[in-house]
Design a protein around this ligand. Structure first.
Ligand SMILES: [Zn+2]
Length: 193
């Protein structure tokens, strides 16, 4: 019993000291907001926005909502399961380009795989606390000269949200990057945002 208790304590400790949480605690976010997004098929996505202000939070929630809605039909059309196998909470972090590319801070990003490529965003479900996943997103241009405009951000968010739904529906044995890019193109042909 003592062993079990110790194990439980160490699991709790690991969850609290997870890479993302401890790394993101080093960044001072001006604004944090929670929202539950309700999809037409009855699914829900709970999101915590960490970033600049209420306006940016609402824009991010809107992109997450639209890309989640379209993800259901896209997965179905392509013969993939669209029902959730796990329900994961999404932490969305708006960070400036310098922070996103800070290899000492963002130790959980697979830098070796990326080579010299710049990244605009990163989805991770491995080093997140249990039941949670994270999207790290390049900041809006008005807060970061190297950042993205609203249309660019909305587009990149759809790519990352496909990774979210691949994870949530346990569809991960195919080429997830190709599918996320296909989804990004699919949604820009179907949506006005
Ligand atoms: Zn990707």
């Amino acid at each position: 019993m003592i062993f079990k208790l110790l194990l439980a304590i160490s699991l709790i400790f690991n969850a609290q000291a997870s890479t993302h949480t401890s790394k993101m605690n080093q960044i001072n976010f001006n604004y944090v907001a929670n929202k539950t997004l309700f999809l037409e098929n009855g699914e829900q996505v709970t999101v915590t926005y960490h970033g600049y202000n209420a306006v940016e939070a609402q824009a991010a929630f809107k992109s997450i909502q639209i890309s989640s809605e379209y993800a259901q039909s896209f997965l179905k059309q392509n013969g993939f399961e669209s029902t959730s196998c796990v329900k994961t909470h999404l932490n969305f972090y708006d960070v400036d380009t310098q922070t996103l590319h800070n290899k000492k801070l963002m130790t959980f990003i697979e830098w070796a795989k990326l080579g010299d490529n710049m990244i605009y965003a990163y989805f991770d479900s491995v080093d997140s606390p249990p039941g949670k996943v994270s999207i790290f997103m390049t900041a809006p241009k008005k807060y970061d000269p190297q950042g993205l405009d609203a249309a660019g951000r909305a587009k990149i968010i759809t790519h990352e949200m496909m990774h979210y739904w691949q994870d949530r529906t346990c569809n991960k044995t195919h080429d997830v990057e190709i599918q996320a890019d296909q989804y990004m193109n699919f949604i820009s042909n179907h949506s006005t945002f």
